[in-house]
Design a protein. Sequence first.
Length: 279
Amino acid sequence: MMILNQKKSAYFNDEIKPEFMQALVKNIDFAVPESILEQEINQALNEKAKVMRYIIPGADPKDLPIAINLTKKYQNIYFAVGVHPYHTADWKDDIFQNLNLEKAVAVGECGLDYFRLPKNSKEKNIEIEQQKDIFIKQIQFAKQFKKPLIIHIREASLDAKKILIAENSKEVGGVLHCFNADETLLELVEHNFYYGIGGVVTFKNGKRLAHILPKIPLDKILIETDAPYLTPEPHRGQRNEPSYTKFIVEKIADILNLTPDEVSKITTENSKRLFNINV
């Protein structure tokens, strides 16, 4: 039985009424049998969940062939090529040739993650430099293949921002996955970046994100799940699901004084524009 360790994302939904067809960033960190994986995909694509398109971002290069095979099997699934900061040791240049494939739409997840750095100073510095080197290489591939970036930043906002600006990532833009509500990153609006808003915005302790949300231009907001994590209220503590994004949409609508339908339409168009998917 095949086991998949892969992030699965759905950035796109089409407009519907009266239910939500929000622009969805669905990231799932999981290891499940292939049969269960396909069951989850089918559940998300069914009429009730209203998830119309998936993007499977890169994380561990070993899983890329599985992601590509899924895009061949499902018309509405796309993929990205990338190496997560936790997998820099598995870096291979040649995987980025897959960006030539028709359903490759982005580079990532890539970025910097300082949350689990070694305590030893020498080892810590080596790890940071390795992450930076791999991050820069992926920005360069994104520019070479003219694909947007899916950015992972954790406890590394200043370094990540400096690299994105220095490497002229504005040329391709991208999305800050699971935006961490660090106000210093709002400068990246001017560099063609979008902001992924997930279940944290519904949390009682998510006030910082709720406070900063109005400072993000409407045309730079995406909706995401980070499933199976960060499940929004009122289902916090359960496994996250695409259908729960309606609670994120409702909360954003409440904060920005919009209707849920308006938020759904806006974020859907934002996703289509960023990833250049017009179907």
